[in-house]
Unconditional design. Structure first.
Length: 639
């Protein structure tokens, strides 16, 4: 068995691996950049080695630094986690050549499945059905447009070296193809160093179903059943579950057998995932499920498989890398109940899912299952890496039980002041169509208006806030008077001849005035009043949590109210690089029109016009680095 392990990663997955390694008695070594010097994975590991500046390309993506750290620390093996160098065959080969144990598949297997076009050809040869499309070497834009037309719109442009939803664009009409191709190639080159793409037919009501496979060095390959990862946004998974809704035994047997054939075709060793696309326009059927790609690593959503099988997949990885055979045979594996996972991100669903950065002054785990995270209260979300805060994982005897637990967990989350998507996840879990199992990759887009509407505090919460703030030192309404209780506690009462209701003026999130119609009888009964769980009240200001959302209230207008930035100011939501400017100064624009594209936190973010008007000022320059809240453009409303 491996005795010491370096984790070539950070955040949540590094912490996840450390927990299993510690249970197995394996010494762990973390690596960290300047930005992660105080990170949780660094604090958890037995030893930590600094590997460079904050940008990943200067630290976590530099294989030589990681191998040097492993040698310097005396680590025996390297676990890549997911992302970064986890599917880099050259890095895997360098680790092995350095005399270290690589916790993953062979470099040859990674290479065989690493490029989507070559992988699809290999799968066709192995008898695994693949989606129709173009996978050739010719890459000039006009030719690719011709291929897309022959396949028939809508089509999907995919980076052959892509993954994690990056380097992928859906194109529904020929007029949009050129812009989508250029954007996809830019993102693919920036993320993977390879702008090569393939074109494939887009299934109108697609479902994303994947099968967990595992192989060892003794020729054994098993599957651990399927997961449904259809709830996605911009090809990024949001909620995953296992098993897949509507999966009958015959279809399960067919796709799981195909997944095992796919793994055996590349002599696969370790944890891997065979991803399929299914036609969700009718009941699941093996005839309407096609191979998409293979991920030659552990997946972010692996906990749902662990929950229904009782298997620790990281432990299996470490045992197989140590030369052991798989702990269980196929006939030993069973599905037990249902599991769901939601990805909690530092992003604002009400504002186009723009990432959020900053301190986690409040982060409390109130969930009913696993809370997989790489941060703690008091840590911060950095602009340099993926904005995931945690994964919320629940298990139940059936789908409804797992779903209800996940909804409650998302609603109970306490997180502030970083903006996050917990309330959005709760709405997803509770949506009637999702509850009915009607999941496709277009689900979120189809119901976007309901799912992303800005959360509003309930009337019950407003009553509680009004009372709490006044008791905390605010000025009571004129109709009320102070009195002392028999217990000697300072309370607020009311005059017998005063109205039974009054109005309390509050400010929500520092910008929205609210007039709360307050019930005096409730106020008078506040003997021994205690603030509800999750509320933080200081100096006439309160942060309350309800249904996964955080609301900040005060009794008085915030300092400087009325002097906010111009409504037409287009500010950078985070530090990043301007990669495209679509307008010029003086140009007329319409509401929702694309103005510019910002690359930040490993993704492209489009900024649009807030209303019809004219570009009165344009400060954005392609290639320029910008800081958070930098003025990029100003739109003046038309007459």
């Amino acid at each position: 068995m491996i005795q010491s392990l370096l984790i070539a990663n950070r955040g949540e997955i590094a912490c996840r691996i450390i927990r299993t390694a510690r249970r197995m008695g394996i010494r762990t070594v973390a690596v960290y950049s300047d930005a992660d010097a105080q990170a949780l994975h660094v604090r958890m590991a037995d030893q930590a080695v600094h590997i460079g500046p904050a940008p990943a390309r200067e630290s976590y993506l530099v294989g030589e630094k990681i191998i040097a750290a492993a040698k310097a620390s005396g680590a025996e093996a390297v676990h890549p986690g997911y992302g970064f160098l986890s599917e880099n065959a050259d890095f895997a080969r360098a680790v092995i050549d350095a005399g270290l144990v690589w916790v993953g598949p062979s470099p040859a297997s990674i290479e065989a499945m690493g490029l989507k076009d070559a992988a699809k050809a290999l799968m066709q040869a192995a008898g695994v059905p693949v989606t129709p499309g173009y996978m050739g070497e010719r890459q000039d834009a006009d030719f690719l447009a011709e291929q897309a037309a022959q396949i028939g719109y809508p089509v999907l442009i995919k980076a052959v070296a892509g993954g994690g939803g990056k380097g992928m664009r859906l194109v529904e009409a020929a007029a949009d193809f050129a812009d989508a191709l250029a954007s996809c190639q830019r993102e693919a080159l920036a993320s993977f160093g390879n702008a090569h793409v393939l074109i494939e037919k887009y299934i109108q009501r697609p479902r994303h179903i994947e099968v967990q496979v595992f192989g060892d060095s003794h020729g054994n390959v098993v599957h651990l059943f399927e997961r449904d990862c259809s709830l996605q946004r911009r090809h990024q998974k949001v909620i995953e579950e296992a098993p897949a809704p509507g999966m009958d035994a015959a279809t399960r047997e067919a796709i799981c057998a195909a997944a095992v054939r796919a793994a055996k075709a590349v002599d696969y060793v370790g944890a891997g995932t065979i991803e399929f696309i299914a036609d969700g326009s009718a009941a699941l059927s093996a005839e309407r499920i096609w191979f998409m790609e293979m991920n030659t690593r552990l997946q972010v959503e692996h906990p749902v498989t662990e929950e229904i099988t009782g298997v620790d997949l990281v432990e299996w990885q470490l045992r197989v890398a140590s030369g052991e055979a798989l702990p269980l045979r196929q006939e030993d594996l069973r599905i037990n109940g249902w599991a769901m996972e939601a990805r909690l991100y530092a992003e604002d669903p009400a504002r186009g899912f723009l990432p959020s950065i900053g301190a986690l002054d409040v982060l409390a785990d109130e969930t009913e299952g696993r809370f997989e995270t790489g941060v703690e209260e008091g840590d911060a979300i950095s602009p340099f890496y993926d904005p995931m805060i945690a994964k919320l994982v629940t298990h139940g005897a059936c789908r409804d039980e797992a779903r209800a637990k996940l909804a409650r967990s998302c609603g109970a989350l306490l997180c502030h002041p970083v903006r996050h998507n917990a309330w959005f996840l709760k709405r997803l879990c509770e949506h009637p169509a999702f509850a009915a199992g009607e999941v496709t990759t277009g689900f979120i887009e189809a119901y976007s208006a309901d799912l992303t509407a800005l959360p509003q505090p309930s009337q019950l919460l407003l009553q509680e806030v009004a009372e709490a703030l006044i008791l905390d030192g605010g000025t009571p309404p004129a109709e009320w008077r102070a009195r002392e209780s028999d217990m000697g506690l300072g309370l607020i009462g009311f005059r017998l001849n005063a109205p039974r209701r009054t109005t309390v003026n509050l400010w929500l999130d520092g910008e929205t005035p609210l007039a709360v119609d307050y019930d005096l009888d409730l106020y008078d009964s506040a003997v021994g009043y205690e603030v509800s769980a999750g509320a933080v009240i200081e100096h006439g200001e309160a942060v309350y949590f309800e249904d996964g959302a955080a609301f900040t209230f005060s009794l008085r207008p915030p300092a400087g109210h009325g002097h906010h930035a111009h409504d037409g100011d287009i500010l950078s939501p985070m530090p990043g690089r301007i990669i495209a400017v679509e307008v010029s100064a003086g140009q007329a624009v319409t509401k929702g029109q694309k103005l510019l594209t910002l690359e930040a936190m490993k993704m492209e973010h489009t900024l649009t016009a807030p209303f019809d008007g004219v570009v009165a000022e344009l400060a954005a320059v392609p290639g320029a680095q910008v800081q958070v809240e930098a003025l990029l453009a100003r739109i003046e409303a038309g007459e």
